[in-house]
Design a protein around this ligand. Structure first.
Ligand SMILES: Nc1ncnc2c1ncn2[C@@H]1O[C@H](COP(=O)(O)OP(=O)(O)OP(=O)(O)O)[C@@H](O)[C@H]1O
Ligand SMILES: [Mg+2]
Length: 230
């Protein structure tokens, strides 16, 4: 589905130059649940931004279904971002002045009536449609942000430390929802995390260090999110 080939990205120049990604190759399969681990500053968010068309590589290519997402300029990148990718952030990124339902409707597929309501049902928040983010717990806010990604029918969910701001139990529930998104809805889910145990529910784990993928491990029998602990 997604093919990252020889991607390099550097920030700054001279003494301040940082090689955030150094010749990264990575293929992500359709419906795969992929975990990305690595210490702070190792390039995980930069890689996720490349996958999501949020940033442009200095060199190398990002292919979606065999097509270079940058080749046709900003418009093809914007279309890719809008139609294919859903982002889930550590900080939820909801709009405080809008209700849960309105937040999800912002990105929802206009061609499908009720797609926002259905997405909130999928994450078990049908009762919270009219609540504002400030009236929801952290875990509920994260579920709204997952619903937002689902309502726009993204095939690819890119999650940057989705449990980073949540307590243990709520974090596990969020992982369970993401697992269902991959296993039951068949979406491709990439989870950047500092929790090594997340790898046990993933199909594959990649480790990053200094802008490089240093190790990849496939997991032939992933556990359910309910069965992992840390
Ligand atoms: N916009 C930017 N300008 C300058 N340097 C940047 C920028 N974005 C990232 N970097 C640098 O690139 C490197 C990789 O950053 P990145 O955010 O990808 O790391 P990360 O693995 O996501 O870390 P964390 O776990 O702390 O989120 C870091 O050294 C960072 O300082
Ligand atoms: Mg990061």
């Amino acid at each position: 589905m997604l093919d990252i080939q020889g991607v390099c990205k550097a920030y700054g120049s001279g003494q301040a130059r940082v090689e955030a990604l150094a010749n990264v190759d990575l293929s992500v399969g359709d419906g795969e649940l992929l975990a990305i681990l690595g210490s702070s500053g190792s390039g995980k968010t930069t890689l996720l931004n490349m996958m999501g068309g949020m940033d442009r590589p200095d060199s190398g290519r990002v292919l979606y279904e065999g097509r270079d997402i940058h080749a046709e300029g900003d418009r093809s990148m914007t279309r890719y971002r809008r139609e294919v990718v859903g982002f889930v952030f550590q900080s939820f990124n909801l709009i405080g002045e809008l209700t849960a339902l309105e937040n999800v409707r912002l990105t929802a597929d206009k061609a499908r009536p009720r797609s926002a309501e259905q997405a909130l049902e999928l994450v078990g928040l049908q009762d919270k449609c009219d609540s504002y983010p400030s009236q929801l717990s952290g875990g509920q806010q994260q579920r709204v942000s997952i619903a937002r990604a689902l309502a726009k029918r993204s095939r690819l969910l890119l999650c940057d430390e989705p449990t980073g701001a949540l307590d243990y139990e709520t974090g596990r529930q969020t992982l369970s929802i993401l697992e269902g998104v991959a296993r039951e809805l068949g979406k491709t889910v990439v989870i950047v995390t500092h929790t090594q145990e997340v790898g046990r529910m993933a199909d594959r784990t990649v480790w990053m260090r200094n802008g490089r993928i240093t190790r990849t491990e496939s997991n032939p029998s992933p556990l359910s999110a309910r069965d992992i602990s840390w």
